[in-house]
Write a protein that binds this ligand. Structure first.
Ligand code: ATP
Ligand code: MG
Length: 245
């Protein structure tokens, strides 16, 4: 039983402010993530993507505004199983097998071992289930983290740069997995600083220097800015923002 309805957005951040150290890094951000969609969180290094993600998964103190996730305040205990997250650095145990990691996570969340096997198959790691994580390739390790995140069947899956440093084929197959999850009803928020990944998302949140530049399907942003690709659309939006300022 939850006390949130399924037609409200997965995430609503209002006037969100975050300080890290002495500096404010998110400046009165208003962000909405619709359910059952893939939303890309894009912007240059240091613009605040990870900080925003940390507020959504409840691991970042905020200094102003509100963040609601699946109808509850971010970080609520009730969201523990309903929201899953993979961080930018490898967040699973390197010195044990994929299966041991997934089984451990399943135990923490109160799911059985059969479910652990199911998620290992879902991320196509059956052939590597008994391999230590530190003996996997980068793409396989990324899939192992994803398996751990999927084990509680989260409604909202937040992935911080899951495809960084991966070759195009591995990236392609991860995106196929993301689309399979979205078709099954999972809401995905995926950060990247590769602008081309915008074309794989239903809509993109474009950030710059702790502010939201735009939130729309990338095709719409390209039409609006009359640009031929996501990279140029982003540059045009920056110029427009600077002119307006
Ligand atoms: N622990 C910290 N203390 C102080 N400032 C921090 C800390 N962590 C991050 N910052 C600053 O907050 C800002 C936003 O960082 P954040 O990690 O959210 O960026 P990002 O968009 O995820 O970048 P990247 O694409 O490189 O991962 C940066 O200017 C960064 O220097
Ligand atoms: Mg980051």
């Amino acid at each position: 039983m939850t006390n949130s309805s399924t037609d409200e957005p997965a995430v609503v951040a209002s006037a969100l402010r975050v300080r890290r150290g002495r500096t404010e890094v998110l400046h009165a951000l208003d962000v909405t993530v619709e359910r059952g969609t893939i939303t890309g969180l894009l912007g240059p290094s240091g613009c605040g993507k990870t900080t925003l993600i940390r507020t959504i998964v409840g691991s970042q103190m905020i200094s102003g505004g509100t963040v609601d996730v699946l109808g509850l305040p971010a970080g609520s205990h009730e969201l523990r199983r309903r929201v899953a997250y993979t961080s930018q650095s490898l967040s699973i145990y390197p010195d044990i097998s994929v299966r041991a990691n997934v089984t451990h996570m399943a135990k923490l969340l109160g799911c059985g071992p059969a479910h652990a096997q199911h998620v290992i198959e879902l991320v196509e790691l059956s052939g590597y289930a008994d391999q230590r994580v530190d003996h996997l390739s980068g793409g396989q390790a990324s899939r192992a983290s994803l398996a751990c995140a999927l084990v509680g069947e989260p409604e909202l899956l937040v992935l911080d740069e899951p495809t960084v440093g991966l070759d195009p084929l591995t990236r392609e197959s991860l995106w196929t997995t993301f689309h399979t999850l979205a078709q099954a009803g999972t809401t995905l928020l995926i950060s990247s600083h590769v602008m081309d990944e915008a074309t794989r998302c239903d809509s993109v949140l474009l950030m710059r220097e702790g502010q939201l530049l735009a939130h729309a399907p990338i095709r719409e942003l390209q039409e609006r800015t009359r640009t031929p690709n996501p990279e140029e659309a982003f540059m045009a939006l920056i110029s427009a923002q600077e002119e307006a300022a």
